[in-house]
Design a protein around this ligand. Structure first.
Ligand SMILES: [Zn+2]
Length: 343
C-alpha cells in the first residue's frame, strides 16, 4: 500500500495554509505517536462564512493560530468528527468566542461487550523509558498508542448521515456516520458547485498509519463496514486529521479493507494453532514490530477477536456464546479460554 505522508508536504505550525480551494489547514504543534505531525484543523468556506472541523487540543499556540487564521471570518459551524483529546477539546473555546454551534454524532459512547476476554496486563508492551522519544513518529503501518477521550464534549446538534451542517454560495457539507474507531465517529462530506467532492475523514482513514480500533468503544466489525461504505463513494480527495490528503481514496480505502481482512485471517489462524492469549498472538503476529508497539497491537488483536466472536467464528470458553456455538459445530470452532487471557 502506498502511504502519503507529511514528509513530502511542506507546512509550518501555527499558520493557516490553503491546501485545496476553500479549504485551509492549521496544524497544531502536538506531534507524537498519537498524532504524527499534529492535529490538522480545517477551515472550510470560500467567503466570509466558514465552518471549522475538529478545533483540536487545548494548546495555547494552536488556539492563537486558529484565532489568527479566523481573523475577518465568521464561524457558522463547528464540526467534530469524534471526541478524542486531540480533536474536540478546543471546540468549547471556539464556541464561546464565536457563538457557533457544535455538530457531532453525539458524546463519547458507552459501548460495552457482552463477555470478558480480558485486558492487557499493565506492563505488556510498555517501552523501556529510554527506548523511544515520546515525540518520535512511528511511521506507516504501525499502530498508534491508545488515545485519551474528551468525555466532557457534548454537541449542540446531534447529526446523522446526510444531515447538512454547513452551506455557503459555493459548497455544501453533510455528515456521514462512520462508526468503528469510535462509536460516535463521523466524516464530513463537502461538495462544491465546481463539482469537487472532498471527504474529511477524521481518524477513520488516516494518511500515515492504520487506525486504532480498540474495544469496547472501538468496533472492528463496524469499522470495516464503515471503510467499505467510504470505499464505495466517489470522492475526489480524502482529507484526514493526521497526514496529507489522499487522492482517489476509493482504491486506497479498499486496500485498507483488504489489510484488515488479512489481519483478521492471521488472528484466526493463530487461534486455530492454539494461541489463546492476546500477548501470545501479538508476539507471534508482530514479531517484526518494535516491542513498544505491542500494546496498541494488542488492542488491535482484541478488536479482531471481538469481531470474530461476534461473527460466531471464535468462542470464549465459559461464555453464553461458547455454549450456543458449541452446540452447532463443536469440533470446528476455535476456542479461546478466557482463563488464559490476561486480566
Ligand atoms: Zn481518534
Amino acid at each position: 500500500m502506498d502511504y502519503v505522508t507529511l514528509e513530502t508536504d511542506e507546512f509550518v505550525y501555527g499558520v493557516g495554509d490553503e491546501i485545496l480551494p476553500g479549504v485551509s489547514r492549521v496544524i497544531a504543534e502536538n506531534p507524537s505517536k498519537f498524532t504524527y505531525r499534529g492535529t490538522g484543523t480545517y477551515i472550510i468556506g470560500g467567503g466570509q462564512d466558514v465552518a471549522v472541523i475538529d478545533p483540536g487540543p487545548i494548546l495555547p499556540s494552536h488556539r492563537e493560530a486558529l484565532a489568527g487564521a479566523l481573523t475577518g471570518r465568521t464561524v457558522r459551524a463547528i464540526l467534530v468528527t469524534h471526541c478524542h483529546a486531540d480533536h474536540s477539546p478546543l471546540a468549547a473555546w471556539l464556541r464561546d468566542e464565536t457563538g457557533a454551534p457544535t455538530y457531532a454524532y453525539g458524546p463519547h459512547g458507552a459501548a460495552t461487550v457482552e463477555w470478558d476476554i480480558g485486558a492487557l496486563p499493565d506492563d505488556f508492551g510498555r517501552p523501556e523509558p529510554t527506548d523511544v522519544a515520546d515525540d518520535e513518529p512511528t511511521g506507516p503501518d504501525e499502530p498508534k498508542l491508545e488515545e485519551s477521550t474528551d468525555t466532557a464534549f457534548v454537541p449542540d446538534v446531534e447529526v446523522r448521515s446526510g444531515d447538512v451542517v454547513f452551506t455557503d454560495t459555493a459548497i455544501s457539507v453533510a455528515a456521514l456516520h462512520t462508526p468503528g474507531h469510535t462509536s460516535n465517529h463521523s466524516c464530513f462530506a463537502m461538495t462544491s458547485s465546481a463539482g469537487g467532492r472532498i471527504l474529511f475523514t477524521g481518524d477513520h482513514v488516516m494518511g500515515w498509519s492504520t487506525t486504532v480500533v480498540a474495544p469496547p468503544d472501538g468496533d472492528m466489525g463496524a469499522y470495516m463496514n464503515s471503510l467499505r461504505m467510504v470505499a464505495g463513494r466517489r470522492d475526489d480527495v480524502a482529507v484526514p486529521t493526521h497526514g496529507s490528503p489522499i487522492e482517489r481514496p476509493g482504491r486506497f480505502v479498499g486496500d485498507l479493507v483488504d489489510h484488515r481482512l488479512e489481519r483478521e485471517r492471521q488472528v484466526l489462524d493463530a487461534v486455530r494453532r492454539g494461541l489463546d492469549t492476546i500477548p501470545d498472538i501479538v508476539e507471534d503476529l508482530y514479531v517484526d514490530v518494535r516491542v513498544e508497539l505491542h500494546r496498541p497491537a494488542g488492542s488491535s488483536v482484541l478488536g479482531h477477536l471481538v469481531k470474530l466472536v461476534s461473527d460466531g467464528i471464535v468462542v470464549v470458553d465459559g461464555s453464553s456464546a461458547a455454549d450456543s456455538a458449541s452446540d452447532a459445530s463443536p469440533a470446528s470452532v476455535p476456542r479461546l479460554d478466557s482463563n488464559y487471557l490476561p486480566v
